[in-house]
Design a protein around this ligand. Structure first.
Ligand SMILES: C[S@@+](CC[C@H](N)C(=O)[O-])C[C@H]1O[C@@H](n2cnc3c(N)ncnc32)[C@H](O)[C@@H]1O
Length: 287
């Protein structure tokens, strides 16, 4: 078992008040099992069934969309990356945004177009976007979609692309697989197979790393996917080095959202939400 017991506090992250509770673990070892995350898996019938159901928004998505511009999304240019069957695209469109949905899977894009022919859906890869610089006010990569870009160089390339196509002060909304929740999460984490999964990755040391890639259980998606998992400190530090500042964080759990508002701290959401949503603002040039 790999144990990285040295905890370091990172006071640069989002103000000392919340940062002092979040440990940055001293390793950057990436646990990479294989490199094939590809569009074939996302094209599979299982994936199409999973990601082209009835459109709905989860609580944290609604909160993130509502919070990012004071006058709402009416008339805003929005890119919904990894849009799948258009679940979130539908609502961005309903909110008045001028939205384009882009996904790497031909079958998901076909399903999205069938459901909503009035919306602009396109086949495309997040690593290399067809859009001009500063084309969008908001980029969304929902439901942990960014975590499926493997290896990490692809993830960083996609973040750079999102930075490029955003206008100055544009917003980026995405969620991620939170390693801290392997220790502190209860929300959506208590089913027996999830508890086994969680225990396994605590015991093998993965959950103690800053970041790692973990093969997902087939029950949780189209199967055989490798997903990036990280502590919030790592995600926020990466985004900062790539030119983004954290604006807000949104929990799916009513209780966590209530505690965040009442206590004016984000630390509980960062520790306990397995898939927190972040809103980042495009600021400086990427380092
Ligand atoms: C977890 S699914 C989420 C789908 C959709 N956003 C939703 O919430 O229902 C991740 C999506 O990201 C897409 N995806 C994966 N890698 C991609 C890439 N490099 N470029 C664009 N889309 C990608 C997949 O095809 C898939 O539709």
């Amino acid at each position: 078992m790999q144990l990285y017991a040295t905890l370091a506090h990172n006071s640069q992250i989002e103000g000392a008040r919340t940062a002092e509770f979040i440990p940055t673990l001293k390793t950057n070892v990436i646990h990479s099992e294989s490199s094939e995350t590809d569009s074939k898996l996302w094209d599979s019938p299982e994936s199409v069934a999973a990601y082209s159901g009835e459109p709905h928004l989860v609580r944290s998505e609604r909160a993130a969309f509502d919070s990012c511009f004071s006058r709402g999304l009416e008339g805003r240019r929005v890119l919904d990356l990894g849009c799948g069957g258009g679940r979130t695209t539908h609502f961005l469109h309903e909110m008045g945004a001028d939205v384009v949905g882009v996904d790497i899977s031909q079958n998901l894009i076909r399903a999205a177009k069938q459901r909503a022919p009035q919306i602009d859906f396109r086949l495309g890869d997040a690593e290399s976007l067809e859009f001009d610089d500063e084309s969008f006010d908001l980029v969304v990569f929902s439901f942990n979609g960014l975590d499926y870009l493997h290896p990490k160089s692809k993830r960083c390339k996609a973040i750079r692309e999102m930075w490029r196509v955003l206008c100055p002060n544009g917003r980026l909304i995405f969620s991620h697989h939170n390693l801290a929740a392997f220790f502190f999460g209860w929300y959506k984490f208590m089913r027996p197979w999830k508890l086994r999964f969680r225990a396994k990755h605590i015991l093998n040391g993965n959950a103690l790393k800053n970041e790692c890639y973990i093969r997902e259980l087939p029950a949780s998606g189209p199967g055989a996917l490798i997903a990036y998992h990280a502590w919030p400190t790592q995600v926020i530090a990466d985004l900062r080095s790539l030119g983004f500042e954290l604006e807000s964080i949104h929990s799916n759990s009513l209780l966590l959202a209530f505690l965040q508002r009442a206590l004016r701290i984000t630390v509980l959401t960062k520790l306990a939400d397995p898939w927190p949503y972040y809103t980042f603002v495009k600021r400086n040039s990427p380092r």
